[in-house]
Design a protein around this ligand. Structure first.
Ligand code: SF4
Ligand code: SF4
Length: 415
């Protein structure tokens, strides 16, 4: 079957493996601590970008968030960044000086879903407060200004913070049909807009799968020739924070990392921060035991669905997707797609809509549930790399089922 050929599996996967080092040793953390301490002292000595800024403590009060809420968030963010608990006081301090770094946030071909994800919680969250506290000099979704006034505000921010601001880009860039997106009275195209702002930035952060890889606008037949930021911008550091929408915790995680160290986080080959995208959904999924046991949902609403069985046969692409939503979840850790009974559609991977969207051909493959227990762990031990291991695991599961089925058949005949 086509699905089981190694060549086909290699084409399906976007990268071979992703190694995360979660313990770099005492010396490393000691040196890092000192480096961060020095950086924070320098930032503290600087004035906030906006003179009239309210202190972070005061904002917590104004938003009716307790110090306890904040400290819980600090612990979670420290762990997210793969730092030891001794770094928590530094993360708290970094949050309090976040208003020293100017930010410009633009929207190209998009639904503003990433901004919405940050803003539309039922109750104010620390992530939302941080967006308010950051020195966001220009944000098309949030700002009151429009037209010429907005353009002037943007150019003023570029001039005032030349080479210092972080440029956040949301949405894909239509290179095949530039007129599909224009902005301002001079009809600047998306490509011109992004290139101009990237040129004067310190770094560019692509937020959401559209800005990273073209996303939904780039789905076949991609009428506007939509691409991601990394296909347009050259000569600037770029971080991709994909997913649909990008998880607010990962957005603030990248900013906090930049505040702490003055550097961007370690990235994978797709320019995604390893702290967030070094994990495969399938490896941290609460339904994984059911996958290993061969217990699958076979159709929506069946007994398997009622018992939270594995969603692989319903099209789940968790085995092929790198993201940390199976760990940190969405909406302040409330839940995540697989938790509510829907398979992963690989939204943090390039071309996810064409390749991985639920119930597309890959999921329709006739994968039979494993007939033997323990096959997956045996396959993992082969050490072929995370993705390949699962793919082969799935293949071996299926082959094992076939073998088991054949054995049963022949035993039946012998009887
Ligand atoms: S296939 Fe999907 S639902 Fe099943 S264990 Fe993997 S990630 Fe979870
Ligand atoms: S479960 Fe999959 S599709 Fe859903 S948000 Fe996470 S990575 Fe994206």
């Amino acid at each position: 079957m086509q699905f089981f050929s190694r060549e086909h599996l290699r084409n399906v996967f976007t990268k071979p493996t992703n190694y995360i080092n979660t313990n770099r040793g005492e010396e490393y953390y000691k040196a890092l601590y000192e480096k961060i301490r020095k950086r924070l002292d320098e930032l503290k000595a600087m004035k906030p970008v906006r003179e009239a800024d309210v202190k972070f403590e005061k904002m917590l009060d104004m938003w009716e968030l307790s110090r306890r809420d904040f400290l819980k968030w600090v612990s979670a963010t420290t762990a997210l960044l793969m730092l030891p608990p001794s770094f928590e006081p530094l993360v708290a301090e970094a949050t309090e000086v976040m208003n020293r770094v100017p930010i410009i946030w633009i929207n190209i071909q998009d639904c503003a879903g990433n901004s919405e994800a940050l803003l539309r919680s039922a109750t104010p969250t620390i992530d939302e407060l941080i967006l308010e506290y950051l020195s966001v000099e220009y944000h098309e979704v949030l700002m009151a200004a429009a037209g010429d006034q907005a353009e002037e505000a943007l150019e003023k921010a570029v001039k005032d913070f030349d080479g210092k601001y972080l440029l956040f880009v949301e949405g894909s860039i239509p290179v095949g049909m530039p007129e599909a997106f224009t902005i301002g009275r001079h009809a600047k195209t998306g490509v011109e807009h992004v290139k101009h702002l990237a040129e004067h930035s310190a770094a560019v952060i692509a937020v959401g799968s559209c800005a990273c890889f073209g996303g939904v606008p780039a789905a076949y037949p991609n009428p506007t020739g939509a691409v991601g930021v990394m296909d347009v911008v050259r000569g600037k550091p770029i971080v991709n924070i994909p997913a649909c929408p990008a998880n607010p915790a990962n957005i603030t995680g990248v900013v906090i990392h930049y505040i702490l160290s003055g550097e961007l986080p370690e990235l994978d080959s797709l320019l995604r921060p390893k702290f967030a995208f070094g994990y495969r959904i399938h490896d941290n999924c609460e339904r994984r035991a059911h996958f290993d046991a061969g217990e699958f949902v076979e159709e929506w609403g069946d007994e398997g669905a009622k018992n939270n069985f594995c969603l692989y046969k319903m099209g789940c692409k968790g085995p092929f997707t790198f993201n940390n939503c199976s760990i940190i979840r969405y909406n302040e850790g409330t839940n995540w797609p697989i938790g509510v009974g829907r398979g992963c559609i690989g939204c943090s991977e390039p071309d996810f809509w064409d390749k991985y969207a639920t119930e597309r051909p890959l999921a329709a493959s006739d994968i039979r549930p494993p007939g033997l227990t323990g096959v997956e762990s045996t396959v993992d031990e082969i050490g072929l790399g995370i993705l390949t291991a699962t793919a082969i695991g799935i293949g071996v599961h299926a082959v094992a089922s076939l073998v088991a089925g054949k054995k049963e058949e022949s035993q039946d005949k012998e009887v």
